[in-house]
Design a protein. Structure first.
Length: 378
């Protein structure tokens, strides 16, 4: 009997402690909101009674060394209100006594390589399609496939539009490639691919399509966060030339067209990529000019060479429906995009050179996807 009473008492104490912990958490949650957007301002708050100095850093600031100091209140909550930046998605963090920390009150985060960064989504016309506020949403899933060319099993992210699971319809496919430092989650995390496509499709601006987001690092099986071994290649060896692009076109494209209701035609394939992925886009379409009708290199461009015109003539001869270049005028890759623009022009190849402000950054790449996706497969 004593044992039963002791067990019951211990259980009550555990429930009581748990309830108290939840109550404390609830009170804290009610007291602190961060970030809080009201009209044209945004307020950031951090409960850190132990801290002596708290600063805010955001990637909207003019220089990466710029910070804004927070002021400590009597309740130990640090706070600052600033003018809201232009509508877009931004990242930010606090610097507490010299140590970078995330905002514990903000559940919205994105992963950039090995860093998890808080998101600040400022509403407005430009960022309208980055929201989740829809009745109908597509599905983002992960699939594994074997690559004999790379000699490893690999993971790929696939977006299927709303209604895919409940129909027999076949869809065109956009292959969307990330840049250096990214992986198969970059476009879905930082690029807001699913949200952009869901919004464009629901608005009738884009054709429902499958979007395939592979890992462009040939030695990686999947994102580094999975802790899987990485295979090393000697990229100077002739047999490894364009090894990733060969795997992409010769293995991943057939895998997608076998496993998904994808239309297996050139007219139903598009390829786009940012930075390194833009280079992969250029290589894939020059090496395999009969595979993609829609070509969109972003913030990449090319350099003048003795073979450039010959490569572009191969695409021209095979035919294409859209060649769309996007780059920011402050991007370090802008001169290379000018080279590609001029080369396409002198080879008599119709194309669009979409120039935006800003540099080599996700706010441009989200804008580009939002802009060229409605042009695909029409």
């Amino acid at each position: 009997m004593k044992k039963i009473l002791l067990f019951a008492f211990a259980a009550m104490m555990a429930v009581g402690a748990s309830a108290q912990e939840l109550a404390n958490f609830s009170r804290n949650a009610q007291q602190i909101v961060s970030p809080e957007i009201k009209g044209d301002s945004v307020t950031f708050r951090l409960s850190a009674n132990y801290a002596t100095v708290v600063n805010l850093y955001g990637n909207w600031m003019a220089n990466y060394t710029d910070v804004v100091p927070l002021t400590k209140g009597n309740d130990g909550v640090w706070e600052v209100t600033i003018a809201a930046p232009e509508p877009e998605i931004y990242t930010y963090n606090f610097i507490v006594d010299g140590v970078s920390v995330n905002d514990p009150r903000n559940y919205m985060v994105q992963r950039d390589g090995t860093r998890y960064l808080n998101m600040l989504l400022v509403p407005g016309e430009r960022s309208a399609n980055y929201n989740e506020t829809l009745a109908h949403r597509g599905t983002v899933s992960y699939r594994w496939y074997d690559s004999n060319i790379l000699g490893i099993n690999r993971r790929v992210t696939v977006y299927t539009p709303y209604g895919y699971e409940n129909s027999k319809q076949k869809y065109p496919v956009l292959y969307l490639l990330h840049g250096a430092g990214g992986d198969e989650e970059a476009w879905s995390s930082m690029g807001r691919t699913a949200q952009i496509m869901d919004n464009l499709i629901e608005q009738g601006k884009a054709v429902p399509m499958i979007v395939v987001m592979p890992n462009g690092n040939p030695g990686q099986q999947a994102a580094g966060t999975m802790g899987l071994p990485v295979k090393n290649y000697d990229y100077r060896a002739p047999e490894n030339a364009n090894i990733y692009v060969r795997s992409l076109v010769e293995e991943l494209v057939p895998f997608i067209e076998k496993e998904y209701r994808a239309i297996p035609k050139k007219a139903s394939r598009a390829i786009a990529g940012l930075s390194m992925g833009g280079g992969h886009t250029f290589a894939a379409t020059t090496l395999y000019p009969d595979k993609f009708d829609y070509i969109c290199p972003l913030s990449a461009g090319t350099r003048e060479s003795d073979t450039l015109d010959q490569q572009l003539q191969g695409i021209k001869k095979a035919g294409y429906k859209l060649y769309w270049i996007g780059c920011g005028t402050a991007d370090f890759a802008y001169p290379n995009n000018q080279v590609l623009d001029k080369a396409l022009t002198r080879n008599g190849m119709p194309h669009t050179f979409y120039e935006s402000t800003g540099g080599h950054e996700w706010k441009n790449w989200r804008l580009y996807l939002n802009t060229f996706a409605p042009l695909l497969f029409k």
